[in-house]
Design a protein around this ligand. Structure first.
Ligand code: SF4
Length: 376
């Protein structure tokens, strides 16, 4: 993955096009600074943040950024901020560590479980709810065999979600091995792959990956995408290839302050996905993850946006707006599950009737006066 490649650089706004060669994945802000002119102070910020939460940025995604625009929604998702070292939240907001049956397998819900095949991602999203493990060099592969064995013994499991990290950071051979082993387990009927690589690092998906997917199809693909600018030509080409390989595709999006906290932006994103044949599946309200507090959108604003989506977007373009309650209480639909509020603490009724809370301490969103939220 550290291999260097030649220009042309995908960006029209950066001067990398003149560089003879550059990394496909930049592994620190310092490395980035050798190729592009960064906003003032970013290197100092990175020195403080990177020891806790590493930085990785694909050259492709860098090419989508307006590096000197403080409101660039692409830049905000990828470059570190001092805000990551303060604010409320939990290191493991969904208490996934406590629900692990093996180091690489989480089983919380009836019928399904999450197989973390890698802790590597093409990009370390600054708001990630697995900030505690992505890019931390964990060798999850050494527990794969234990995981296959554990999954095979579970009578109440029929669906496996392959996640991480990102499954497409594995070679086609390794992905094929994992899919083959899972397909051989009689209880596993459905397999999902959860990924952000098609959006941030499309060249990371090889034709050989497509052949593997086609061989084991149907595999459900869940693509994490947050902004209409992420629907690039390269993304569209990949979607078409996945479809040709026979994969049903849905999307998931995280509602992020100053990235996509606007009904107009989200309608553009979701309708753009529908146009490609991708069904918007989940819109997540941000988990209570430590280090991402500055991305928190206030619940009242999220609800306003969602109501505007319901009012103006085509039914196909409306995902489920959900919140994963901290403490492992599960995903709940935001609008239907609120049972009360005390100050900044909002109470939701979760699975099995249990009541969970969410600290609604996000900042105000910056309204762009698109008019979509009015009268909702
Ligand atoms: S790609 Fe997914 S798992 Fe990786 S850092 Fe981004 S949100 Fe987290």
């Amino acid at each position: 993955m550290g291999k260097k490649q030649k220009s042309p650089f995908p960006s029209s706004s950066l001067n990398l096009a003149g560089a003879v060669e550059y990394p496909r994945l930049f592994r620190s802000v310092l490395e980035l600074s050798k190729y592009v002119s960064l906003p003032d102070g970013l290197i100092e910020v990175a020195k403080k943040v990177e020891p806790h939460f590493p930085v990785r940025v694909p050259a492709f995604y860098l090419g989508l950024m307006e590096l000197h625009n403080p409101f660039c929604p692409i830049k905000k998702q990828a470059l570190p901020s001092l805000d990551e070292l303060s604010g409320s939240g939990y290191i493991d907001p969904l208490e996934e560590n406590g629900a692990r049956l093996t180091p690489s397998f989480i089983k919380r819900y009836r019928g399904r479980g999450v197989f973390l095949i890698s802790s590597e991602c093409a990009m370390f999203c600054r708001f990630c709810n697995r900030k505690r493990l992505v890019g931390k060099g964990l060798n999850l592969e050494k527990s794969w065999e234990e995981t296959f064995e554990s999954i095979g013994k579970l009578e109440d499991l029929h669906e496996v979600i392959i996640s991480g990290g990102d499954p497409f950071m594995e070679s086609p051979e390794k992905l094929s091995y994992v899919l083959g082993r899972l397909r051989n387990l009689k209880n596993v009927k459905t397999i999902r792959i959860s990924t952000r690589v098609p959006v941030v690092f499309p060249e990371g998906i090889k034709n050989e990956h497509m052949e593997v997917l086609s061989h084991f199809s149907p595999i459900w693909l869940i693509i994490h995408i947050n902004h209409p600018k992420e629907i690039t030509e390269q993304f569209k080409v990949l979607v078409r290839k996945f479809q040709t390989a026979g994969l049903p595709i849905v999307s998931q999006t995280v509602l992020l302050r100053e990235v996509n906290d606007c009904a107009k932006t989200l309608i553009q994103l979701f309708e753009g996905l529908v146009e490609l044949g991708v069904k918007p599946y989940y819109l997540f309200h941000l988990d209570e993850v430590f280090g991402a507090h500055h991305f928190k959108v206030r619940l009242s604003h999220g609800i306003k946006i969602y109501k505007a989506l319901r009012k103006y977007a085509s039914g196909l373009a409306i995902p489920n707006y959900v919140l994963d309650l901290s403490g492992g209480l599960g995903k709940v639909p935001v609008l239907e599950s609120i049972v009360g509020r005390e100050g900044q603490v909002v109470f939701f009724r979760g699975h099995e009737g249990k009541v969970g809370s969410y600290l609604d301490d996000g900042y105000e969103s910056r309204c762009q006066n698109c008019g979509f939220c009015e009268n909702t």
